[in-house]
Write a protein of this length. Structure first.
Lengths: 227, 206
């Protein structure tokens, strides 16, 4: 009788999703382009006044990252649900919540990490500099995995429903609010010259909290979706 | 030993089957038959633990599978109505991933041997599964059985869209699994060419 170890199963799930992403590079590129274009539209629309740009920059960049995450949520479980891979995943003899963490991690690497890596460049467009750029990147590094974690609950709850894209947005966006406030707040406070540690700590707390509850809730929702 | 006790299942308001009690002993195959929509797939999904029964229980070695949970999952291989393979990966990649997720050996040579055993030749191994025919995709899904070392196999219409050659490969594989003391539950419309003493039938009626 055979049973994969927990790390084997986790690695297997992550490896498959990353391999699939490599086959669908256009999907990955699309969410990156989305972020770049949306973030570039604001300076074009608002005008080149650097004081204004610096003021709206943190919020705009964070909302863009949040929307990019939302757009890619549909890919998290839908394909697996349609081709039966999800059934097989549920039957892997390891806790489903842990496997969900693997899937969410892969999703973050594909959709969140590129945004984090690009954020210093995008920040430059808004006249952010030096330390503030570092805080922006750090806040996104802490915040985007949290967004993926929370998003996974919504994606699992709406699995197999008609018009699930809009429903996911309605379910998940309110839950994104604290992350948005602390994330954008960290960057703003760094701009104002008051330390960003408090906001970053709160972001870290949000991440830990989502890591504790979201995989479990997602696993329950997935089992219900399969019934 | 694998048992169901007074199992009842329904989808929505509709009762599919009720009071089903069967026992599958090591070395035997249970063929679940019944017309379309009689609940064969639901019955099999219930045996996997994917669906919960309205009432009754499913016992593995005398213990309820709802208590065993992951321990029970480690005993079974399920090939469902959906193939559970990724269209964008090659048959080799698909099989490697599913074997390693099942904790089976997943080295390149073993996986290729399994694919050859279901009659998928080398030229097909490195194509994306997307461009294969229905029957070939089904063979990729079934190739998992050549790697599986688990005692209980639950197969939903395994012969659907298979040709005569593949049907006989699969029958031979089932035979060798049974002679090793394995157990099989198959939902099917076809007669399975196995010795009559190792096959029992269950007809699902309301």
């Amino acid at each position: 009788m055979s049973q994969p170890s927990l790390s084997e199963a986790l690695r297997g799930v992550v490896r498959r999703d990353l391999l699939l992403a490599m086959r669908h590079r256009s999907d990955v590129a699309m969410s990156v382009f989305f972020v770049v274009i949306v973030a570039s539209l604001f300076p074009l629309g608002v005008g080149p006044e650097s004081a204004v740009l610096r003021m709206i920059g943190p919020g705009v960049l964070w909302v863009t990252a949040l929307l990019a995450c939302l757009l890619s949520l549909g890919r998290l479980f839908t394909a697996d649900h349609l081709d039966g891979v999800l059934e097989q995943t549920v039957l892997i003899p390891q806790p489903l919540a842990v496997l969900v963490v693997g899937k969410v991690f892969a999703h973050w690497v594909i959709s969140g990490l590129p945004v984090v890596l690009l954020s210093p460049l995008l920040g430059l467009q808004f006249g952010l500099g030096g330390d503030t750029l570092a805080v922006l990147t750090l806040s996104l590094l802490l915040g985007t995995p949290t967004l993926s974690m929370i998003g996974a609950i919504g994606a699992a709850l709406t699995l197999g429903l008609r018009g699930s894209g809009l429903l996911v947005a309605l379910l998940v966006l309110p839950l994104f609010v604290p992350v948005l406030i602390f994330g954008a707040g960290a960057v703003t406070s760094s701009l104002a010259g008051i330390g960003s540690e408090a906001n970053l700590s709160l972001l870290g707390a949000c991440f830990m909290l989502s890591l504790a509850f979201a995989p479990w809730a997602t696993a329950v929702a997935l089992r219900i979706a399969l019934e | 030993m694998f048992q169901t006790v007074a199992l009842s299942g329904s989808r929505g308001e509709r009762l599919l089957f009720s009071n089903v009690s069967v026992t599958v002993k090591p070395g035997t195959l249970l063929a679940v038959v019944g017309e379309n929509g009689s609940g064969k797939t639901s019955f099999l999904r219930m045996l996997c633990g994917l669906l919960s029964p309205d009432c009754g229980a499913i016992l593995w070695q005398g213990k309820d599978i709802r208590q065993l949970k992951e321990l029970y999952c480690a005993q079974l291989t399920y090939v469902g109505h959906l193939n559970g393979i990724k269209d964008d990966l090659t048959p080799v990649e698909n099989l490697k991933v599913s074997a390693s997720l099942a904790g089976d050996e997943s080295s390149g040579t073993i996986v290729q041997k399994a694919l050859e055993a279901v009659g998928l030749g080398r030229p097909v191994h490195l194509l994306p599964t997307r461009i294969l025919s229905q029957g070939q995709k089904r063979r990729v899904a079934l190739a998992r059985l050549w790697l599986s070392t688990r005692p209980l196999w639950l197969l939903d219409e395994p012969f659907a869209s298979l040709d005569a050659a593949a049907t006989s490969y699969l029958t031979q594989r089932l035979q060798s699994h049974l002679s090793n003391g394995g157990m099989v539950v198959v939902a099917t419309h076809q007669e399975i060419a196995l010795p009559a003493d190792s096959v029992q039938h269950l007809r699902l009626t309301r």
